[in-house]
Design a protein around this ligand. Sequence first.
Ligand code: SIN
Ligand code: FE2
Length: 213
Amino acid sequence: MDLFDGEDHGARVALSDGAWVLRGFARDPAEAVLAEIAGIASAAAPRHLLVPGGKRMSVAMTNAGSLGWVSDTRGYRYEACDPQSGQPWPEIGPTMMSLARAAADSAGYAQFAPDACLCNFYEPGARMSLHRDFDEGDLSAPIVSISLGLPATFLWGGHARADRARRIRLAHGDVVVWGGASRLVYHGVAPLADGEHPATGRMRYNLTFRKAR
Ligand code: SIN
Ligand code: FE2
């Protein structure tokens, strides 16, 4: 038995107005998506970015697409080239791209055309504090988030940072889509519990697709 296989595969759970968890939506193509992530990581190595306050993020990040999200002591922004190499970011893989579009479609956001994919690499203990995805030029497009590997506790808050956050378990193959009235909801990830996943070992991968321009 695969302990990481959710029994609710195929379920669609409403988080808030315009926000959905699509259980297991990415499970079947997961292997192909993981291969695409490996290709992206070999072209643009994941790194621990500094936040404007100077702290190093516990999640390692890289990007695919015509724009990539970066952070340093000067602030957050999207850039067309990887500051580490000076080269354009690698392309978004075809399997992950069609999956992201299908997930958006199934959550009611037709014609999603992301130009940026932030690739997050979580080792045990890595976390992401509550934040809003606010740096995109097109806030009418949703965010599509694909989770692979070790399960995480996703924090789903409200429109104010102090709003109480719900704790949602995200397992291998789960996809979250948020847009519309929920596009600027505060969200984050609790420190990743240690474990061993059959597909990824001691790692969680998260991809967020955005329309940055
Ligand atoms: C993010 O908000 O960029 C990441 C969310 C996640 O890792 O599930
Ligand atoms: Fe985010």
